[in-house]
Design a protein around this ligand. Structure first.
Ligand code: DHB
Ligand code: FE
Length: 272
């Protein structure tokens, strides 16, 4: 067979699809509605928005395949757990020096200035191998939403690449940056996936989170998120991506006019 993996998985997919249709007595009208629905998701998808991915996410499918993949590839239980990439990653975030800020527009004229000051946070930590050895020159690519719940590319009020940055670890494997404590935010719910959530009486909220991709030569790139434990949605994520090890506690920071909170978190990478 030209594609052994396909030959392995397709019979299983067909078996489960048939079993599902039989179990619920799926009618032609219902199947037609489902085809129309999936087509609507496809038509709405673009470089800026992936509605089909969003549809998978509300079923927990992206979280499940992320978990399956990281379990398959992990070489040590010490590795930091992964979490989904989500739809708002952008390549080529600015490369910034350790200790600088990913908050570009912290001025009193922005509507959420007071909240940004109250949530200002200093993030530090190290990137380590599972042996505990610090990894120098690792890249920490970080992004999060604004206090209004919007990522920079969803929001015409924000400067390009706001709340995004890439940092390189120092000789001790350390990274340091200023950011904000993240807020809960609804996944885009103005399309078919959001309509389905509503029909199921489900809410569209994700707990406040900060995204990371941590990478270094010779190590498996880690795509993950940290979740702020102050958030009620930590136990009720619309896309089922929270893991206990990724829930963090920000602590009050003293004597730093630039940050009210601190967070120290080490990322542990597995070998390729
Ligand atoms: C999804 C993930 C995110 O991190 C996010 O900010 C919005 C949506 C998602 O899985 O659909
Ligand atoms: Fe996100």
């Amino acid at each position: 067979n030209a594609n052994p993996r396909l030959a392995q998985i397709m019979p299983s997919l067909v078996r489960h699809l048939h079993a599902f249709a039989r179990e619920v007595n799926l009618t032609v009208a219902e199947w037609t509605a489902a085809v129309d629905f999936i087509n609507e998701c496809g038509k709405m998808s673009s470089d800026r928005r992936n509605e089909t991915q969003l549809l998978c996410d509300i079923f927990g499918l992206e979280s499940l395949v992320d978990e399956i993949t990281s379990t398959l590839l992990a070489t040590s239980t010490a590795e930091t757990p992964s979490s989904i990439l989500g739809p708002f990653y952008r390549h080529d975030a600015p490369l910034l020096a350790n200790g600088s800020s990913i908050v570009q527009n912290m001025t009193p004229s922005v509507p959420w200035y007071d909240q940004a000051v109250a949530d200002s946070a200093f993030l530090t930590g190290r990137v380590l191998a599972s042996s505990g050895m610090p990894i120098k020159g690792a890249t920490v690519d970080v992004w999060h939403a604004a206090p209004n719940g919007l990522y920079e590319q969803q929001d015409t009020e924000q400067p390009e690449m706001n709340f995004r940055g890439r940092f390189e670890t120092d000789a001790e494997g350390g990274y340091a940056l200023y950011a904000l404590r993240p807020v809960a935010y609804p996944i885009p719910d103005d399309g078919p996936a959001g309509r389905l959530l509503g029909m199921l009486d489900r809410h569209p909220y994700r707990p406040g989170h900060i995204h990371f991709i941590v990478s270094a030569p010779g190590f498996r790139s880690l795509t993950t998120q940290l979740y702020d434990d102050r958030d009620e949605y930590v136990t009720n994520d619309a896309v089922f991506a929270v893991k206990e090890e990724l829930v963090v506690k920000f602590v009050p920071r003293k004597d730093d006019p630039k940050a009210r909170w601190s967070l120290n978190y080490d990322f542990v990478l597995g070998r390729v």
